[in-house]
Ligand binder design. Sequence first.
Ligand code: ZN
Length: 244
Amino acid sequence: MPSRNQSTLIPPSMHTTALVLFSGGQDSTTCLAQALTRYQHVETIAFDYRQRHSVELDARLVVLQQLREQFPEWAGKLGEDHLLDLGVLGQVSETSLTRDTAFKMESSGLPNTFVPGRNLLFLTLAAALAYRRGLEVLVTGVCETDFSGYPDCRDDTMKAMQLALSLGMDKRFLIETPLMWIDKADTWRLADSLGGKKLVDLIVEHTHTCYLGDREHRHAWGYGCGACPACELRARGFSGFSGA
Ligand code: ZN
C-alpha cells in the first residue's frame, strides 16, 4: 500500500529539488516543512488572485522568515519565493474568496469558495516555473479527506495533471500530495513529527487559514473568526491532535 501519504513513514526521495505551492496556511506550511526535510533545494510559489484578504499573502512571508530563523538546518535549503499575479481569476469567477459575498453551499454541493479549475491553473503555472527553474517535484497540500471535496483537489485529478504536465512539457514532473489521505489532526501530527513543538507553535502563531481574514481572535489553534468552515476544521483538527 502507498506509504508516502502516511505521516510517520516518509521514504527517501530520488529527487533533490522541489517547488511547494505555499499559501501561508497550515497545510502548505506543513508540506513545506516536509519538503525541507526531503529535498536539497526547495522553492515556494503563491498566487495573488485578488483574495478578499491580503492576510494570507502577508502571513506567508512571516512564515518563511520564521522558518529561516527557527530552523537553521532548513534555511540553507529554502530558495527563492515566487508570487505570481493571477488577477485574471477574479474576472472569471464569482466566489466568496474573491468577492464580498457570504459563504454558502451551492446547489452543486460545493461551497461557494470553489473557484472552478483554480488548482489546475495553479499547477500548470507552477510546472511552467518549475521547468524554467529546473525543479523536479511539485508539492501541494490538497486533501481528499477535507470537508470541501473540491474536484480539482482529488487524487485522480492530481494524477491526471501529473501526466498532462509531464507530457505537455516533455519533462517528468512528480506531483507530491503529502496530505491527500490524512485529516487535520494528522496534519498537526505530521508537523509535530517534522519539527516538534517548535514547528507546531510556529504554525499556530503565524499561519493563516480563516476565510474571513480574522487576525484578532487568538485561540489555542491560532488566529481566526472561529466560526467559518476553515476555522472549524482547523480547530477540530487541533483538538484531535492535542487532546484538548
Ligand atoms: Zn474563520
